[in-house]
Structures are given as structure tokens and as C-alpha cells.
Design a binder for this molecule. Sequence first.
Ligand SMILES: *[C@@H]1O[C@H](CO)[C@@H](O)[C@H](O)[C@H]1NC(C)=O
Ligand SMILES: *[C@@H]1O[C@H](CO)[C@@H](O)[C@H](O)[C@H]1NC(C)=O
Ligand SMILES: *[C@@H]1O[C@H](CO)[C@@H](O)[C@H](O)[C@H]1NC(C)=O
Ligand SMILES: *[C@@H]1O[C@H](CO)[C@@H](O)[C@H](O)[C@H]1NC(C)=O
Ligand SMILES: *[C@@H]1O[C@H](CO)[C@@H](O)[C@H](O)[C@H]1NC(C)=O
Ligand SMILES: *[C@@H]1O[C@H](CO)[C@@H](O)[C@H](O)[C@H]1NC(C)=O
Ligand SMILES: *[C@@H]1O[C@H](CO)[C@@H](O)[C@H](O)[C@H]1NC(C)=O
Ligand SMILES: *[C@@H]1O[C@H](CO)[C@@H](O)[C@H](O)[C@H]1NC(C)=O
Ligand SMILES: *[C@@H]1O[C@H](CO)[C@@H](O)[C@H](O)[C@H]1NC(C)=O
Ligand SMILES: *[C@@H]1O[C@H](CO)[C@@H](O)[C@H](O)[C@H]1NC(C)=O
Length: 788
Amino acid sequence: MMDLFRGVLLLSVVAASQVYGANLTSLVDLFIGTSTAANGGSGGNAFPGSAVPHAMAKVGIDVSTTPRQAGYIADNSSITGISLMHDEGTGGNTAGGYGIFPLFPLTNCSFSECPVRIGARAALRTAGADAASPGYFTTKFVNEIQLETTSTRRAGLIRFTYPEGNSVNHVVVDLTNDLQRSFEGGGLSIADGRVTLHGTFLQSYGTDNYTAYACYDFSSYNPNNIVITPNSSTVSFAFKSSVYPNQAGALLSFGSSTVTARFGISMISTDQACANAEEEVPTWNWDAAQAASVSKWEDVLSRVQVDTDVEDPTVVELLYSSLYRAFLIPANLTDENPYWDSPYPFYDALFCSWDTFRTAHPLHSIINPRTWADIVSAYVDGWRNTGYIPECRANTKAGYVQGGSDGMPILGDFAVKYGSRAAELGVVADDLYQALVDTAENTPSDWYRVGRQNTAWKQFGYIPTDWTDPSGSTGLPTREASRALEYALGDFAVRQAGLALGKSSDDIATYANRSMNFVNMWDANLTHDGFTGFAQRRYPNGTFAFSPPDACSPVDPVPHSCARGTDNNVGFYESSSWEYSFFAPHSVATLVELMGGNDTFVDRVNHYFSARYFLAGNEPSFAMPWIYHYAGRPDLSVLRVRQVVYENFNTKISGIPGNDDSGAMAALLVFHILGLYPVLSSTQMLIGSPLLSSFVLSNDAFGTSTKFVVNNFDSASLSAAPPDGSRLYVKSVTINGEQSSSVCVIDWHDVVGGGEIILEVDSDADAARERGCGEAGLPDSLETGGFS
Ligand SMILES: *[C@@H]1O[C@H](CO)[C@@H](O)[C@H](O)[C@H]1NC(C)=O
Ligand SMILES: *[C@@H]1O[C@H](CO)[C@@H](O)[C@H](O)[C@H]1NC(C)=O
Ligand SMILES: *[C@@H]1O[C@H](CO)[C@@H](O)[C@H](O)[C@H]1NC(C)=O
Ligand SMILES: *[C@@H]1O[C@H](CO)[C@@H](O)[C@H](O)[C@H]1NC(C)=O
Ligand SMILES: *[C@@H]1O[C@H](CO)[C@@H](O)[C@H](O)[C@H]1NC(C)=O
Ligand SMILES: *[C@@H]1O[C@H](CO)[C@@H](O)[C@H](O)[C@H]1NC(C)=O
Ligand SMILES: *[C@@H]1O[C@H](CO)[C@@H](O)[C@H](O)[C@H]1NC(C)=O
Ligand SMILES: *[C@@H]1O[C@H](CO)[C@@H](O)[C@H](O)[C@H]1NC(C)=O
Ligand SMILES: *[C@@H]1O[C@H](CO)[C@@H](O)[C@H](O)[C@H]1NC(C)=O
Ligand SMILES: *[C@@H]1O[C@H](CO)[C@@H](O)[C@H](O)[C@H]1NC(C)=O
């Protein structure tokens, strides 16, 4: 028996590795979403340089034109250098985030006359020369100098290959020019071929500054040829709270046609930056560093395996390119925390939780649990040391709060999924719970940086407009309606964590109750486009303050301030009342009821799409294609998901419909492709019709592989408007041989539980409408007794 069993197991392992081959990195296109937002382009702001998963070092070239949030833009702009850290996909400051301590290669100039300043040195690339793969980036300037880079977590190598024929080549080491040109002080020293730098710069999303450190060692293939001029020197600028107009750096000369720089970065000290370089790239072995990066990427990409010979090549490219970007963020800055000593991991680029809580974290919960536990632990450690769950930590400092404190649903999600294994995964469950409670109860003096306006939320059960907070706490007193809706979800997260972690029934009842306060924003008398009942702002006396429900929608007929400006007077952040009125992911049944029942709800969602209130590139729109599930119409969700995918995503540089937002959009596309959608802070997932005929999900905490098979899969359904008769309606879901009573939901434990899940699809639209969600009924909602 034992031998036979082992034999079968071996066979199946061999079969799996034949079908699901390696080299998944070759399926990643790093340039998707790199077209400029200028002139109406996509503005995906994707980062295409070199990085390992969750890297601190994100090495890439920087363009001279804005917008350039990630430094890079896929156009013919001139290049000002190759720098060591970048953001991925974020909006915010159009000049970009980081871009610190760039290098720039020069040739054919005499030392004292080389064009070292940023404007003078900027140069064009050869058309089509940019190329990248996970762990590697290269390009060539029009003067034929080639640039390449590969990297580790906090270090890496940059190589310049100069055209033959010049006896002396140069490299500029730029101290002062980050992407924002925001240098406030720092210095550079050269000794024995080593250049160390430190500088204080402005963060890209927030009002603070940060200090970073770097260490460069230079080598040529013939070390005897290396000449560094000046031989030894130091330049230093005292900190001041305004930006220096000076440009400063070093110019190094080399007698060889290839120059390799090894760098290390740190947020602690130049010594630590040098130690990071020595530890992570000890022998300067390029191939070893690149191979190690590729192997890390193969590991994380293989958490979703598909048969590339069988599946649609575009879907495969979208899947792996999106997975790649979802794993770039957040950044592992463990041992690089300048603010407190702690045995816990430190993660940065939580930029912002408002963007990433919806899809990026739930994706990590499925296929990246060990690292996700470290990330969650870093959120908890933020509370441990500041009193609040961090919201938008960027450049190591708090940024701006956009809505609720959206680290809350992330921690709630961890509690319901891994609460019983928290200790084993390094998360202190009681601390996680206390972080949630403190963030739900206390009000920071400035809730524009972190936390919530709980004074108002607790006193009124909504966020009043035009109210002076007697506690003296301040923040940005706008976005009242959307903040309240997100606070409600945050309270649901506490309720869920309380339940999962065995906290008191009083707590559970309190937070369940508060999580239903989203209904207090509901103005039942407001009619727009023939639909009645919309979320609106309210005055302290309870009267609703009217704003047109289409204000701040993509088709707003009147320009409004819809972002963080103090002049935002519509009550919603980056979204409209039309859209946010659908936001109560923990009790959508309540919304269906408020909107007038299933049929009106479906009409209203259809109208939302046809009136173009939907904006594919913006987070509040993410869940909308799936919301028909809550009216018992999963057949409409599967059609809408395909429409959204094929009308908005593609494999070109314009392939992301808006900012990738630290991988949020990437994770969204992965969910659409897999036919799964997370219900926040819960183990429920909506299930739909995958764009793949089969796939395997691996979970490294449970050691499981779960295979999804779509019986009757129909590639004709892979379009924005699948032709009549294409097979895409989910008829049944069978989990390890047992038919599920729902075709709308699947428990997360089954998704990561190992074994085989078979979805049967067919083309019978009438039967699908009739079937609805199946015997088990609608997905859970708190008001109708769900999530028990
Ligand atoms: C992976 O695929 C790429 C592109 O097809 C190829 O250049 C590379 O050699 C492959 N690597 C391995 C390890 O097979
Ligand atoms: C860069 O591209 C733009 C738009 O395609 C074009 O108008 C411009 O002439 C190009 N500039 C250079 C220097 O090639
Ligand atoms: C170097 O400069 C000379 C004179 O300006 C020019 O003719 C030559 O093409 C340049 N070579 C390179 C490689 O840029
Ligand atoms: C910037 O950095 C300096 C020195 O590191 C510090 O004193 C100052 O408070 C920081 N913040 C701002 C906003 O300048
Ligand atoms: C650099 O300068 C030091 C003293 O300033 C001198 O001892 C050393 O020989 C010089 N090295 C080179 C390579 O010129
Ligand atoms: C993060 O850094 C720590 C400290 O070096 C390391 O133990 C951990 O494996 C890293 N995790 C990732 C995902 O990089
Ligand atoms: C929440 O508690 C308040 C006060 O006890 C009560 O009036 C209200 O009905 C409760 N709300 C829900 C949704 O249970
Ligand atoms: C608002 O609607 C409620 C119930 O739908 C109704 O009782 C009330 O009179 C309305 N108020 C106004 C001001 O129209
Ligand atoms: C409530 O306050 C608003 C704003 O001050 C005011 O316009 C409205 O008339 C008040 N409503 C009642 C019922 O007093
Ligand atoms: C909405 O549809 C679901 C599923 O088809 C059904 O269970 C529920 O009763 C319907 N609700 C109403 C108010 O008709």
C-alpha cells in the first residue's frame, strides 16, 4: 500500500511539473502600465526596473519629464540617471517618489568639462533599447553607452558598458537630485574607491522628510585601471528645512570600457549601507545576483500555476505580469527602521492601505501567507510604537489618510484567516486585536496622518459636516460620507477579529452594531436618474447636506474637487455618491433592501455601468462588477467581469486603466482572471467564471496546492461581450468530490485547503438566472445573519 501510494504520488508530481513548467519569469512583461499619464495616457505608473519580491532596492532609470511617479515612462524622454529606490504604481506627487542617489555615465568629455548637472547630462535612449525581465533592466543611450542593473533586497549592481575608443570614461554620482529635487541636506565622501552618501529628502505623499544612506563601490574588469578623481574628498550640506538650490556629487573617471558599481542602501547609516552591499553582493558576482533574483521570482510566481501550452496566451501574460507587480509591494525594510528598536519586521510603502486593502492583501492571504504575516506584524508593530495602525506609511513616514483607517480590514482579514496560527506565523494575536480596538476607539490629535475621527463617529454614529470637534483633534474635515462608510467596515473588522480570536461577546456586539452605522449616511428621499436613496453628508442636527449623486463621477457635469483638497464639498473621496452608495461589503443585503429589492438593485447596477459612473482604474469601483451576486445574479457578474477586463486591461504599455497603486490594480486583475473575489475581513469569497481552464494555487503556510478545473471551459467566452452560446455560467462547484450548495461563494479555507475544485460551466443563460446562487442562497450579509 505504502509503496503504491508513493508511486502514485511521484507520478503525479512528475506530471504536474511537465504540464506546469518553470520559467514563469519569461511570461512577465514589466512594461505593462508604463505609458505616461500626460496627454491622456494610462498613467499606470508601473515600475519596470530591477527588484526582488518586496524589495527595498528598486533600481531603475528616471526620465526628465513629469508625470513620472515611478521614475520611468515608456516614451522617448531623456534620462537623468539610474537611481536606487522607487514607488510602484502610486499616484500622488507627479515628480515621483524616491529616485535617490542616481548614477549617470559620461564619455568623450574632459574631466573639468563633463556635463555633470542634471539638465546638461540628460540624454536620450536608443529607440527600443529598454528591456527588462524580473531581476534585470537594461537600456542604451544614443551615444551607445549601455546600462544594466540587477539587485537584491538592499543592494545590487549597476554596469555601464562604454563604446570602445575612449581612453577615459566617467560616472557621475549625484548626491542631491532625487526625483522631486527635494534635497534638504546631507553629504558625500570618497575614500579608497568607495563613495558613501546620505541625504534628507521630502516624502512623496505627506508633509515630512526622510533620510537615506547609500554606499557605492566601483570596479572595472581590470582593477589596475581604476582612477578616481579627486582621490579623496568630502562634500557636506547642513540640514535646513527648505530645499537647497545646489547640485552636488562626484565625478569618477575610469580607464576601462566597462564599469560596475556595487551599491547598498540603508535608512540607518552609511556603515549599514556598506554592510548591506557586502553581505548581499559579497563577490560582485552578477550572474549569481541575477539568478538569485530570478529564483525568488520563480518561487512567488509559481504560487499560481497554469498550463501555458493550453491557456490563452494573453490571459497568461496578464496573470504573471500582474502577479509580479503585486509582489513588488510593500517593501521589506526589516532592520532598516530608523524610529524604534523592535524584534518585529518593518515594512514600508504601505502607500496607501486605502488602495491595497481591497485586493492586494487578500491576494497575499491566499498565496503569500508567510510574508503576509510579516507585513501584518509590521502593521501591528506600527500600533505598538505609535498607538495607531499605520495607514499610508511611505518613505518610512506617515502619509495622508484618504478614508477610513484601512489597515483595520487588513488586520481583521488576518485574524479570520490565520488567527489560530498567528503565533506560529510571528503575529501576536492579542496585540493585533488591541491595535484594532485602539484604532476604533481613540482619536489621534491629527487624524489626517493616521487613525480616525472617532470622536465624531462615536458621538453621532456618522461623521457630521460643519462640526467643530470639542476634543481639539484636527484632520481634514471633508469626505464625511465616504469616511463613515469605511469606518463602518473598519468596525466590522474588529467584530470579525473579536469573533475569530475569542474576545468578549460584548465587544463583538458593540462592533457589529457600529458597523451597521453606514445606514446613517443614507438619505432615503434623494432621487437621481430615477433611483431613490443615496449616501449623503449630514449636518450635526441630522439634516442631510445635498450634493449631486453624480458629483465626482467620471461624467460629473460640473467640475468638483474630489480628492484631498479642503475644498472637497461633496462628501466623497475620489468617488461619487452614485458609487459609494454601494459600499458596505459586510452587509450588501442592507443596501439591496434600501435600494428597493433585487430587481431595482440589478437595474441600478446596470445603470451605474451604462451611465459611466464606473471608473475601472479607481479603487472604489473594484468590487462593482461582482455585486450582482448579492441580488442572486452571478450570471450578470460573470458577464460584467469579462467586459471590465477586456475593455480596460491589455498587455501594452497602456494596459492598466489607472495607477497600479502599489499592486492593488494588479491584484484586482489576478482575482478577475481566477474568477474569485474577496469579501473583506471574512473567509467568504465570491466565485465566478475563471478566464483559465485550470490553475493551481499554492499556500506556503498550510503546505497545500489547490487545483481549480473548469469543466467545459470555453475560450470563446474570453471577450468583452462573449457571443451567445458561449459557456461561462457556473452551473456547479464541486469541492473535493462534494457538490457545493452555492455557485456564488466559496469559503477561503477551501480555496487554500488543497485538493481539487471543479467548476462546471455551461451556456444556458436562462437556467443560470433561474439558479441564482443555488440552494445556499445569497452571499453573507451581517444584517441577514451572515458571518456568524
Ligand atoms: C526562459 O525563457 C526565456 C525566454 O523565452 C529564455 O531566454 C530563457 O533562457 C529561459 N530560461 C530558462 C532557465 O529556461
Ligand atoms: C518623441 O515622441 C514624440 C511623440 O511621439 C514626438 O513628437 C517627438 O518628436 C519625439 N522626440 C524625439 C526626440 O524623438
Ligand atoms: C566624441 O566627440 C567627438 C567630438 O565632439 C565626436 O566627433 C565623436 O563622435 C564623439 N564620440 C562619441 C562616442 O560620442
Ligand atoms: C526633517 O528633518 C529634520 C532633521 O532630520 C527634522 O528636524 C525635521 O523635523 C524634519 N521634518 C520636517 C518637516 O522638516
Ligand atoms: C590618494 O591620496 C593619498 C593621500 O592624499 C595618497 O596617499 C594616495 O597615494 C593617493 N592615491 C592615488 C591612487 O592617487
Ligand atoms: C525580509 O527581511 C528579513 C530580514 O532580512 C528576512 O528575514 C525576510 O525573509 C525578508 N522577507 C522578504 C519577503 O523579503
Ligand atoms: C445599535 O445599538 C443601539 C443602542 O443600543 C440601538 O439603538 C441600535 O438599534 C443598534 N443597531 C443595530 C443595527 O443593532
Ligand atoms: C423622507 O422620506 C421619509 C420616508 O421615506 C418620509 O417619511 C419623510 O417625510 C421624507 N422627508 C422629506 C423631508 O421629504
Ligand atoms: C440643520 O443644519 C443645517 C446647517 O446649519 C441647516 O441648514 C438646517 O436648516 C438645519 N435643519 C434643521 C431641521 O434645523
Ligand atoms: C432576492 O433574491 C434572492 C435570491 O434569488 C432571494 O433569496 C431573496 O428573497 C430576494 N429578495 C427579495 C426581497 O425578493
